[in-house]
Write a protein that binds this ligand. Structure first.
Ligand code: GMT
Length: 372
């Protein structure tokens, strides 16, 4: 099939998932056309079946707000017409689903029927999407899509709760390439970070309010009282400056490192002893899944779709939002006993395998076949 994928090209989970899906489909022999405003971060190297089409929005003195959605719809029409595209798969509803609807109508006038699949990822429903600035358009584009998928049961239920829609929503969980993440940790790198065999705790996110990154630091500080540890903060975003200055004034400042945005997560995660995710909401928590694939147990909140991904007491523990003392107690429970730790590590890998690329990507392919 010739498939066009529309996504955000940034470090966010929706863009990562969309890019990994495109790469996996290309491996299966499909031709994949990415349409976005920048090369997706996980799209590197050459693949004969992958094409990248950049959306350009011309500047014009009249445009206080450059009309990206219009440029995107035009780009979709162009790619469909010139590359015999069979379907459009858009990730994150805003503004991709409504732009796809417009492209579909334009193509229909030209005598071309093109199915649109919308994958809902999280904040497009729970945070931004339900704001009345966007909600009528999001609701309409969900209805107008030929198929809608959500990355967890929780997100599917949130969609029904927040939008007045009867649309059938299929849950297709996010996935991970276990082989790629299940690497041996690089000892030299580990030694550099933790020269005295301190525990290495990792957090990765876009540092938005919804991630409650301050709770990551609080949990770490509590763990630190019992177990000498290091905290690696991966990613970047609006809350980072405040969190970083907060850590500068704390007792264990030297043990906390901010590494910024990282493309090669599969090289960093295997050195971690524990992954921390303290979010107020996660539709899925792709970063936690990638950590588990690297054999890293997860300490998280029990928010949103996380209980569908992390088995409590098996590959990690979940606590109520904001209960950093409980998160620290659970972390210590896993880390302080070698036998318990190696069991949780093994379980993390086993749990990740349930969401392996081989199990999930065929579900998207099956859905495509029903529409084309
Ligand atoms: O977490 C974010 O803020 C980024 C966001 C995105 O859309 O890129 O992530 C969402 O989609 C990911 C991939 O499906 C999920 O793993 C994240 O849980 C979800 N984030 C939220 O629901 C807050």
């Amino acid at each position: 099939m010739n498939i066009a994928i529309v996504c955000y090209p940034t470090f966010g989970g929706s863009g990562v998932l969309a890019t990994e899906l495109g790469k996996a489909l290309a491996e299966e022999g499909h031709n994949i056309h990415f349409i976005t405003y920048q090369q997706p971060v996980r799209l590197s190297g050459f693949h004969a079946n992958i094409f990248y089409h950049e959306v350009r929005v011309p500047t014009y003195p009249l445009f206080d707000y450059p009309p990206y959605e219009t440029a995107l719809a035009s780009a979709m029409v162009d790619v469909v017409n010139n590359h015999q595209v069979d379907l459009l798969h858009v990730h994150y509803a805003i503004p991709h689903a409504s732009a796809a609807y417009l492209a579909k109508q334009i193509l229909a006038r030209q005598g071309k029927k093109i199915p649109v699949i919308t994958t809902l990822h999280g904040t497009d429903i729970t945070l931004v999407g339900r704001d009345k600035t966007f909600s009528p358009v999001v609701a309409f584009s969900i209805e107008a899509s030929d198929a809608v998928t959500a990355v967890s049961e929780n997100l599917k239920n949130e969609t029904y709760k927040n939008f007045n829609t009867q649309k059938n929503i299929e849950v297709i969980y996010n996935f991970v390439d276990v082989e790629r993440f299940h690497k041996k940790p690089v000892d030299a790198f580990k030694k550099l970070i933790a020269p005295n065999r301190e525990k290495i705790i990792v957090h990765a996110s876009n540092f938005r309010k919804v991630k409650r990154v301050e709770d990551v630091v609080k949990t770490f500080l509590s763990i630190q009282k019992t177990l000498p540890s290091k905290l690696l903060m991966l990613g970047d975003g609006p809350e980072r400056p405040e969190i970083e200055s907060m850590t500068r004034n704390c007792a264990y400042n030297a043990e906390i490192k901010f590494l910024g945005k990282q493309e090669q997560m599969e090289d960093i995660l295997p050195i971690a002893d524990l992954f921390l995710l303290t979010s107020e909401y996660e539709s899925f928590g792709l970063s936690a899944l990638e950590a588990m694939a690297a054999e890293v147990p997860v300490i998280s909140t029990n928010a949103g779709g996380l209980p569908e991904i992390i088995k409590n007491g098996y590959c990690g523990y979940m606590s109520n939002i904001g209960d950093t003392e409980d998160m620290a107690r659970n972390a210590i429970k896993i880390l302080e006993n070698e036998e318990v730790y190696s069991r949780f590590k093994q379980n993390a890998l086993e749990q990740a395998k349930r969401f392996s690329i081989e199990n999930i990507v065929p579900q998207y392919e099956a859905l495509y076949k029903t529409l084309v």
